[in-house]
Design a protein around this ligand. Structure first.
Ligand code: HEC
Length: 147
């Protein structure tokens, strides 16, 4: 999370510089003004992409998540959880933003996931990997919160 904070801080500082520079050049060189606006638009677009793609690090599956997953599904492996995570942050954000794991109860996830798996066109292995990832990570996030 803190590296995300510095990333955003960096963007804000850059933007401040850029606005200052473009203000000065607009007054000094009105001819290249439109070019600068185009540059600004590209930069704003880039910033939006960076901000939206700012996925928190704690969502990456770790050893504790693997243990939790294996307590429910003994054959679960680390690469499978990693694939589940990749699907969750990648394909599950095609139509909406990342849905927070702790925002829904276990029953709600159980009800929603088959529908979302179909929407994301997952095959059965991909589907079980994303389901295992979601339930294991969710359980550990909630367990940490209680401490
Ligand atoms: C093809 C588009 C699409 C994809 C891909 C998709 N979703 Fe969704 N999702 C939706 C839409 C539309 C809704 C809201 C309407 C609904 O509930 O059907 C939604 C709603 C949700 C909700 C909220 C349900 C509720 O009860 O409010 C969750 C959670 C969710 N999606 C998770 C996922 C996960 C996890 C994946 C990846 C496996 C995924 N979605 C992939 C379109 C998609």
């Amino acid at each position: 999370m803190d590296s995300g904070f510095f990333q955003i801080l960096g963007i804000v500082v850059n933007l401040a510089h850029f606005l200052k520079n473009s203000f000065i050049s607009r007054n000094l060189f009105p001819m290249i003004h439109t070019k600068i606006n185009k540059k600004l638009a590209v930069m704003l677009l880039f910033m939006t992409v960076v901000l939206v793609s700012c996925i928190p690090k704690y969502l990456i599956p770790n050893d504790a998540d693997l243990k939790t997953a294996q307590s429910h599904w003994p054959t679960a492996t680390a690469p499978q959880l990693k694939q589940g995570y990749n699907i969750y942050i990648d394909q599950c954000t095609d139509c909406h933003r990342l849905k927070k794991l702790k925002k829904f109860t276990e029953d709600e996830w159980t009800k929603t996931l088959p529908k979302m798996g179909r929407k994301a066109h997952l095959d059965s292995a991909q589907y079980s990997n994303v389901v295992h990832y979601i339930f294991a990570k969710r359980e550990n996030i909630l367990a940490k919160k209680k401490k």
